[in-house]
Design a protein. Structure first.
Length: 276
């Protein structure tokens, strides 16, 4: 999966520092990221490519991968002149090396958070950065903001030798998926599983069991994967606003769609292989 980068390691502890020559930058703009791509390899802009005046600026520290520190890049930096271009963040699903692609996706999530939390939502004052933890606070009214991480479920509904697969309506992603959705206020994650399945396909489920989780920086999400069993009738009632298709698929008919990064695909693969 996208986060499986061993023996490389993401150090996400908050240890503000200043860049070194080898430090890299995540420059994000909407759904685009500033990178170079050379034969499937991703290259991020580096500190040494900045001019002298730019190097004197203060930069926001993000995290470290192995021993390389990443910083928040700002749009007005001169990287575009060095041959970097704005690419769709979805490209990071396939670029190599995987540990740098994962750094890019994680950086996009943090960058989006910093860029949309400049001012206090309660009183409008400029937020300041805390020194001890990754938190922004308002010096006037005390409001605190932490990075946006939205819990969501991915659900593999099993009925004997078949699993329920779906395709999203109106999204970029066109391959088979499992039922998925965000947790709502006031519910346990198991209740999220039951509610999303009922809303999207009109089915009841039982024996909900946790599989694995996955940070999914593309959408500020922490995905929690569950398998469960169909409870009762398997007749699908499709929510056509959310889904273009939902169908029962036999274990051996699950296609290999060449996606090694998503929890959804791993869950479909382990079901196909009979591991769950
Ligand atoms: Zn405030």
């Amino acid at each position: 999966m996208i986060q499986d980068i061993a023996p490389h390691r993401l150090h996400n502890e908050y240890r503000p520092q200043i860049p070194t020559e080898d430090s890299l930058f995540i420059c994000a703009r909407g759904r685009k990221i500033l990178i170079k791509e050379e034969e499937g390899t991703v290259i991020f802009p580096s500190f040494r490519e900045l001019d002298e005046k730019e190097q004197e600026r203060e930069f926001v520290y993000l995290f470290t991968v192995d021993s390389t520190a990443f910083f928040l890049g700002e749009e007005e930096l001169s990287f575009e002149k060095q041959g970097y271009s704005w690419e769709n963040v979805q490209k990071l699903r396939t670029l190599r090396p995987r540990h740098l692609a994962f750094a890019g996706v994680t950086g996009i999530q943090l960058s989006r958070w910093y860029c949309t939390r400049k001012f206090c939502g309660a009183c409008g004052n400029r937020l300041e950065m805390d020194k001890k933890e990754r938190m922004l606070y308002c010096p006037v009214c005390g409001t605190m903001e932490y990075p946006k991480i939205c819990p969501a479920v991915i659900v593999g509904i099993i009925d004997g030798n078949r699993i329920l697969v779906s395709k999203y309506a109106g999204r970029e992603y066109k391959k088979y998926a499992l039922i998925a959705g965000f947790a709502e206020i006031g519910e346990t994650i198991e209740e999220t599983v039951k509610r999303e399945v009922m809303e999207e396909v009109g089915l009841k489920v039982k024996n909900i069991r946790y599989y694995k989780s996955q940070p999914w920086g593309f959408t500020d999400t922490l995905l929690l994967g569950f398998f469960c069993d169909l409870d009762g009738d398997g007749m699908i009632s499709l929510d056509e606003e959310e889904l273009a298709l939902a169908q029962w698929m036999e274990r051996e008919d699950i296609p290999d769609e060449g996606d090694e990064v998503s929890l959804t695909k791993e869950m479909m693969a382990v079901f196909k292989e009979g591991i769950v």
